[in-house]
Design a binder for this molecule. Structure first.
Ligand SMILES: NC(=O)c1ccc[n+]([C@@H]2O[C@H](COP(=O)([O-])OP(=O)(O)OC[C@H]3O[C@@H](n4cnc5c(N)ncnc54)[C@H](OP(=O)(O)O)[C@@H]3O)[C@@H](O)[C@H]2O)c1
Length: 257
């Protein structure tokens, strides 16, 4: 039987590229997002090009019961999930006091609650089978406190710490947990966030992010940066005092964009 992967946020951007890369590796896929038309288009492209099965499930993963719906959607297709990619996410740029509460709550549910609850639901079966892998898509923003995207950076920091700790808990069971930390990547992300990219580094392609992440999955480090500027950011964030990091990041975010 072909391996089976579940990918959230698979309608476009990095998630769609995980789908393309995994389809080429012979995975059957379950794509999850809200945009049915885009997922159907991607499913048709992938099942036309590869001898695999691709199914789609329309889900708003920021809703309170989303993890249970995601788990049920996967279970009705296949008993065992070989790879879970928690990629769905969005950015939110602005002063915290001005941001709409509903958007902040949606971000916390999407990036934190749904990811943790989904892993709690999928992991027991992986542990029992002593096989499986989980990729959580975080960000280089999670390496430091970043003003004006404060809650975004904090949710990604949570994902990094959580993934690193969980990876150690399940290592002896043969489960791989990776936290993928891309830097600026060419997708709809910045437009959705209301943020014009002004990084000094050239933005990466979403296909490259997915390729680097998957190549590092087995064997590889738990925390994966996807290009040299991400690796440099990780290193700088470790050796710079937090107060200076926070101040510099805020100055950077205040620059005209
Ligand atoms: N692009 C970057 O520069 C960058 C850098 C670092 C990390 N990241 C991370 O990479 C991940 C993917 O982002 P991207 O760059 O590929 O952005 P994107 O092109 O905007 O794609 C975001 C994906 O998440 C899905 N999504 C958003 N809200 C959702 C919800 N409530 N329920 C279900 N799906 C939802 C979207 O699907 P629908 O709209 O169809 O629901 C879409 O498929 C995110 O976690 C982001 O934080 C991006």
């Amino acid at each position: 039987m072909r391996p089976f992967a579940v990918i959230t946020g698979a309608s476009r951007g990095i998630g769609a590229e995980y789908a393309r890369a995994l389809a080429a590796q012979g995975y059957d896929l379950l794509l999850i997002a809200r945009d049915a038309a885009r997922m159907d288009q991607l499913a048709a492209e992938l099942s036309g090009r590869h001898r695999i099965a691709v199914e789609c499930e329309v889900l708003d993963l920021a809703e309170p019961e989303a993890a249970h719906r995601l788990f049920a959607a996967a279970r009705t297709r296949r008993q065992a999930v070989d790879l879970l990619v928690n990629n769905a996410g969005f950015g939110l740029f602005g002063e915290f006091v001005d941001l709409p509460m509903a958007r902040i709550q949606a971000m916390l549910r999407l990036h934190v609650n749904t990811v943790v609850e989904s892993i709690r639901l999928f992991l027991p079966d992986m542990v029992e089978r002593r096989s499986g892998a989980i990729i959580n898509v975080a960000s280089t923003a999670g390496f430091m406190p970043v003003a004006y995207i404060a809650e975004y950076a904090a949710t990604k920091a949570f994902l990094i710490t959580f993934s690193e700790a969980l990876a150690e808990e399940v290592r002896s069971s043969g489960i791989r947990v990776q936290v993928c930390c891309p830097g600026p990547t060419v997708t709809d992300f910045h437009h959705t966030a209301g943020l014009r990219p002004n990084s000094p580094f050239k933005a990466q392609s979403a296909a490259e992010v997915a390729a680097v992440s998957l190549a590092a999955l087995d064997p590889g480090p738990t925390m994966v940066t996807t290009n040299w500027s991400g690796t440099l950011t990780a290193w700088l964030s470790r050796c710079t005092p937090r107060t200076i990091l926070a101040r510099k990041a805020a100055q950077w975010m205040r620059r005209p964009r």
